[in-house]
Ligand binder design. Sequence first.
Ligand code: GAP
Length: 444
Amino acid sequence: MEKIVSLCKRRGFVFQSSEIYGGLNGFWDYGPMGVELKRNLKDFWWRRHVQERDDIVGMDGSIIMNRSVWQASGHEETFSDPMVDCKTCKSRHRADQLPRKDDSLYCPQCGGHDLTEPRAFNLMFKSYAGPVESEDNMVYLRPETAQAIFVQFKNILETSRQKLPFGIAQIGKAFRNEINPRNFIFRSREFEQMEIEYFCRAEDGLALTDYWLEERLKFYEDIGIPRSKITINDIPDGERAFYSEKTYDLEYEFPFGLSELEGVAYRTNYDLSAHLKHSGKPLEYFDAEKKEKFVPHVVEPSAGVDRTALALICEAYDEEEVSGDKGKTEVRTVLHFHPRMAPIKCGIFPLLKNKPALVAKARAIADSLRPHMNIFYDETSAIGRRYRRQDEIGTPFCVTIDFDTIGENGPELTDTVTLRHRDSMEQERIPIVELRHRLESAIH
Ligand code: GAP
């Protein structure tokens, strides 16, 4: 993990939030590479699950909603961790994570045994909407994106004219005042979720849960996380939320252990029924053919953007022994990202920066590709070093413009370039006119 955190900082993936002031526990900033990685992930999720299907529509809800939403959903009352305070050093800890010695729990900070009884500590961040900090104006930052989908169910149903089964998808920030933010961006206090609420008839709920498990496994495979690396945890009766009839946790083997990447949960009609009851508004679905009115059930695949980004980095990270200049063995640090996820798709290099004809040609190629993909133009240092720099951020292709390209060695190779492949390090000669198509077919 240390190596990954260090690479993330060194190469502009993830920085500590407000680092120059000592940071803030549980908050992270994404740098130029990290933001591209996350964007590729979110865009592909959206394309796969919203744009390429006709049974799922999107929405973008507000982060702050009427407090009643969280009262109805049960979050105000139950979205909490049991906490104990140490009376000796005044530190606070999760009751279920306290160390134990000789049958007695003790404070992990000072070792003291004088602890309070566990009390529920709500994980929702509070704020106030408006100038007066009163109970009436109190609001929460949403701890999940899902509730905005439930409370807009009727509006979306009416405006999109969908029929069951259909889904509503949303990507957005969520906030949880986690007691113990840890493992880098795995558990933070501000993070992003990608959630689908897939509404259906009660009798289809269980089968659709299996369907969504399969869809999500396919998705992970298509971004470079093979299914062999994901453990499916079928949460047994008694351990699921009381309203859920089936929940699969998808777990990935992170360097700190097997941990949850995503949950696929069959939530029955618990959420819509709760909002129907609390708001008094009709949230039923009317089946015109069968002349039936009922509250739909829902299957929810809920994934974390940050956790998936971390899994992508962990899966891609590699240190390889390769023979460098003059046959000396050296270690190459490389991120084997799927080209679809790679922050930069192609590095464009003129062989020498002091040859105007090479530079002009390389810049022209860069300009022609730029509207179609994220590329990086680099003319500094030796070609080998430029390749290594791109390897470290996971750029799948590099193109070198040399004297053959500009016709100095005869017409045969004029207007061809060297295309170098990150993983095999092999190089091939291809005509410039084929370049865009070759790259696009790999990154789409
Ligand atoms: N709507 C259901 C829901 O929010 P969850 O299991 O609490 O379920 C879903 O969260 C996903 O959100 C998790 O699988 C994880 O990927 C991500 N997530 C939850 N808490 C997180 C945190 N503190 N930091 C980063 N990601 C988190």
